[in-house]
Write a protein that binds this ligand. Structure first.
Ligand code: AP5
Length: 216
């Protein structure tokens, strides 16, 4: 299964992708995580995208498409993939179709996770992740079981994202509205889009996504 998760910043794409990956045995590919890894490694790509990401703007299509095409080739998309944060523009959506068709594959389902703006801001403001394994948490919505200790790996160092500040969040939301939201009618017209209510609990959203996938 080739699955795309669409939604504004803080909708829960990463949280849900982690869960669906486990339940369905799919490979989770997050363009945001790939770009953050490039920045952390100090690579040429990282240097190129660091300022763009911190400002909350979209990285140019050619950079993203090259990165994801390489990653799909490396992982072999045949076993199934969840794409989290890609595509984000119509040009990226077309590039995805092309690369899948070259492999004899096609997109099976696009899940839109919908949330309101206040919720989006609250979720982003409280988000943090384990520095060692990347497991994601939230100060109030999804805290670690033991204070200051990662549930997943026992790590004690945590990070907050540099683009999780009010100015960058506003820019990210504007980028979503202007450049990514047009993908909703695009995928609806192809019969691929299913909407889920991202305002519900994390477990409820997972259940709704699973249901949408079973109905596929
Ligand atoms: P990216 O990393 O993709 O960021 P984003 O789209 O802004 O999404 P987020 O990661 O902020 O949110 P999410 O929906 O994954 O929410 P999460 O599950 O963490 O991209 C970052 C940047 O990289 C972009 O701005 C751009 O510069 C660049 N980029 C990436 N891809 C690109 C592309 N294709 N083209 C161009 N540029 C690109 O949840 C948020 C918090 O809420 C967590 O703390 C979680 O615990 C909590 N939470 C989640 N669900 C629930 C729930 N149901 N109830 C309560 N709390 C919840």
């Amino acid at each position: 299964m080739i699955l795309v998760l669409l939604g504004p910043p803080g909708a829960g794409k990463g949280t849900q992708a982690q869960r669906i990956q486990e339940s369905r045995g799919l490979t989770h590919l997050s363009t945001g995580d790939m770009l953050r890894a490039a920045v952390a490694s100090g690579s040429g790509l990282g240097g190129k995208v660091k300022g763009i990401m911190e400002a909350g703007h979209l990285v140019p299509d050619d950079v993203i498409v090259e990165m994801i095409v390489d990653r799909l080739a490396e992982h072999g998309s045949e076993g199934g993939v969840i794409l989290d944060g890609f595509p984000r523009t119509t040009a990226q959506a077309r590039a995805l179709e092309k690369t899948l068709s070259q492999r004899g594959l096609k997109l099976d389902r696009v899940i839109q996770i919908a949330v309101d703006t206040d919720t989006m801001v609250q979720r982003i403001a409280g988000r943090f992740a384990c520095e060692d394994c990347g497991a994601g948490y939230h100060d109030t919505n999804q805290p670690t079981k033991a204070a200051g200790v990662c549930d997943n790996c026992g790590g004690i160092r945590f990070l907050r994202r540099p683009d999780d500040n009010p100015k960058a969040v506003r820019a990210r939301f504007e980028a979503y509205e202007a450049q990514t939201a047009p993908l909703l009618p695009y995928y609806r017209s192809q019969g691929l889009l299913r909407g889920v209510d991202g305002m519900r609990t994390i477990d409820d959203v997972t259940a709704e996504i699973e249901k949408a996938l079973d109905a596929a």
